[in-house]
Design a protein around this ligand. Structure first.
Ligand code: G
Ligand code: G
Ligand code: MN
Ligand code: NA
Length: 261
């Protein structure tokens, strides 16, 4: 059986699951507060166990199955975020937005806007609680078309962030024109931030640029308190990484992060 056929079957058999990774404030009143969560897909294989997305997302992208899988991820993210919004509301807690990764093919596919609209409408999730993560290369590949699509998505009320920022090629002119809300600093720049002058400078430059463009900025892959302290000093708004938590299953996420005792 080819991996492609297995993936197609896995979708039919509902074998995909979402894990969630918390995003936490670094500075000001939001310091140490849960500010968001990133949804990350896994394949719960009957024999192989939990399969990481690095193993099947590229294949799904190559064979076009990423469109159907991406729609499932969008729908399930919205459904789960809405369920959690209602649970937290009953406890007097504020809602937590969910961030969803959008692949290159999904972004080029003409059905993306309709998929987003349908996932929001069917779940009842307010658009303000959905964030779409795109990479620089996805946005810059056909920047004029991207600008139009991003403007339409933005008008529908969803927020937009640039994932893995700093690893791709960004036109600063477009960065200013795109209706982006947030930059996510790639974890390769975060890793040696406290020990490498070059990486410290890159991170500081991204944070300063984000501030002058009035964008929020999140650091990915934060694993140590030294990295956290360094990023807080730079004025970085949020962090995500193993220091807080790896991506975890929905039940664990709910009991540990959404409904703290
Ligand atoms: O979850 P993990 O850290 O193993 O993710 C590995 C890679 O898979 C990351 O680059 C992440 O962006 C990607 N990925 C995880 N979930 C999704 C998803 O739902 N859609 C897309 N397009 N990529 C995903
Ligand atoms: O490309 P994207 O940023 O969507 O990928 C998220 C990936 O980063 C997931 O595979 C997740 O497991 C991984 N990740 C999350 N936090 C950390 C971290 O602190 N360190 C490392 N090395 N990887 C992380
Ligand atoms: Mn991401
Ligand atoms: Na990333």
């Amino acid at each position: 059986l080819s991996l492609e056929t297995s993936l197609r079957r896995a979708l039919e058999r509902n074998e995909f699951v979402l894990h969630f990774q918390p995003q936490v404030g670094l500075i000001g009143e939001q310091r140490d507060q849960l500010v968001g969560m990133e949804a990350l897909v896994r394949w719960q294989h009957p024999d192989l166990g939990l399969v990481a997305p690095g193993r099947f997302i590229p294949v799904a992208e190559d064979c076009g199955l990423i469109i159907a899988l991406g729609e499932w991820v969008l729908r399930e993210s919205c459904r789960q975020a809405r369920e959690w919004q209602l649970i937290r509301e009953a406890q007097g807690l504020s809602p937590v937005p969910v961030a969803v990764n959008i692949s290159a093919l999904q972004f080029r596919h003409s059905g993306l806007e309709a998929s987003v609209v349908a996932a929001l409408a069917d779940s009842g999730l307010p658009p303000q609680l959905l964030e779409l993560e795109l990479t620089e290369s996805i946005m810059m590949q056909d920047a004029e078309r991207a600008l139009e699509l991003l403007d339409r998505l933005k008008q529908r009320g969803v927020s937009l962030s640039i994932d893995d920022f700093g690893t791709g090629y960004s036109s600063l002119a477009y960065l200013k024109r795109f209706p982006i809300d947030k930059l996510k600093i790639d974890r390769t720049f975060v890793r040696d931030i406290a020990t490498s002058a070059d990486d410290a400078t890159i991170a500081a430059t991204i944070v300063n640029m984000a501030r002058s463009l009035k964008l929020l900025v999140l650091a990915e892959g934060v694993e140590t308190e030294a990295q956290q302290a360094f990023l807080a000093d730079l004025g970085c708004n949020y962090m995500q990484g193993y220091l807080v938590s790896p991506p975890v299953g929905a039940d664990h996420f709910q009991t540990t992060y959404l409904l703290p005792a």
